[in-house]
Design a binder for this molecule. Structure first.
Ligand SMILES: Nc1ncnc2c1ncn2[C@@H]1O[C@H](COP(=O)(O)OP(=O)(O)O)[C@@H](O)[C@H]1O
Ligand SMILES: CC(=O)N[C@@H](CCC(=O)OP(=O)(O)O)C(=O)O
Length: 286
């Protein structure tokens, strides 16, 4: 009996959060290694379904860098990155689109549908959702790498209204109908900003933003956007964490209420963040 009373208490603890987020949009950037581990993948999907069933509107923007790397390797095609962005020639673009909008997108949709909940997978090209232009990196042409210049929220909003979970692959489209490879972190913040989301969550493969990358206990629980430049300058934040944190800052500036970097390897990290007093990972704030 005791055990059931404890379980009931956990549900009651979630009540104020369910009330707070009811009818609100939460954008989840799902990528990196949180996507590679099948067990973790299952728990992430369960969390998103639970969110949906208690009246929250989850929107998934996914990456799939490791999947693209795997296919390029099989094809003996080298991949080069500039500032964390994949140099994307025509052939690479075709592979990126095939992997992200095909394999990865549909696999997430399948996992959700398996649980009896409706999801629709789209690429940013559908309904001209992610309108893009060529992005120059430090003045350099890196091929079909895109920058989101506008998000047309019509298709996403229609899906939400009809109770589907939108699952978005970060492929952009320009005025001529060309495809662009967009880093999924950038795509997620653009979508969250345009939807005026209540929360934007980046799932990644570290505990959060750390003061010392080799010490997982050095987590910065609350990071003010004022301190970000300083942390980048003195090397505390480096590598792949730089664009992620910059996206968080942009999210806060665009008016997303709360922005988080969470450890996607932690079972049920989304539920812990949203429905309990125990915040996990790093929250980026004004
Ligand atoms: N201060 C920091 N705190 C945490 N991780 C950091 C930090 N500085 C650099 N990193 C690196 O950034 C990586 C996360 O970025 P990335 O691999 O691009 O994530 P994802 O694949 O989830 O988009 C971490 O695995 C870590 O190696
Ligand atoms: C331009 C660019 O670099 N695009 C990324 C898109 C996928 C992505 O962002 O995946 P993760 O979130 O899993 O890293 C790429 O080609 O890898």
């Amino acid at each position: 009996m005791e055990m059931y009373i404890e379980k009931a208490k956990v549900l009651v603890e979630a009540l104020p959060y369910i009330k707070e987020f009811y009818g609100k949009t939460v954008v989840i950037k799902y990528g990196g290694s949180a996507m590679v581990d099948e067990m973790i993948k299952e728990t992430v999907i369960q969390d998103i379904i639970l969110m949906k069933l208690v009246g929250i509107n989850p929107v998934i923007v996914h990456g799939g860098g490791p999947d693209i790397n795997k296919i390029l390797k099989q094809m003996d095609k080298k991949s080069e990155f500039v500032n964390g962005l994949r140099v994307t020639d025509q052939e690479t673009m075709e592979i990126v689109e095939m992997v992200l909008a095909g394999k990865v997108n549909k696999s997430i949709v399948s996992h959700i549908q398996n649980q009896g909940i409706n999801a629709v997978g789209i690429s940013g090209k559908d309904g001209a959702t992610l309108q893009a232009e060529k992005k120059l990196v430090n003045g350099m042409d890196v091929g079909f790498v895109g920058e989101v210049v506008n998000v047309n929220t019509e298709l996403i909003s229609t899906l939400i209204q009809k109770d589907f979970i939108p699952v978005i692959a970060p492929i952009g489209i320009d005025k001529e109908g060309n495809s662009y490879n967009i880093n999924a972190d950038y795509a997620a913040v653009a979508v969250a900003g345009a939807l005026k989301a209540q929360k934007l969550v980046f799932l990644t493969d570290v505990e959060g933003v750390l003061k010392d990358v080799s010490d997982s206990s050095s987590i910065i629980s609350r990071l003010s956007i004022k301190d970000v430049d300083e942390y980048i300058k003195n090397g505390i934040i480096s590598g792949g964490m730089i664009p992620k944190v910059e996206c968080c800052v942009e999210g806060v500036k665009k008016g997303v209420k709360t922005v988080h970097i969470l450890d996607g390897r932690v079972e049920h990290c989304l539920l812990l963040e949203i429905f309990t007093q125990k915040g996990v990972g790093t929250m980026i704030e004004e």
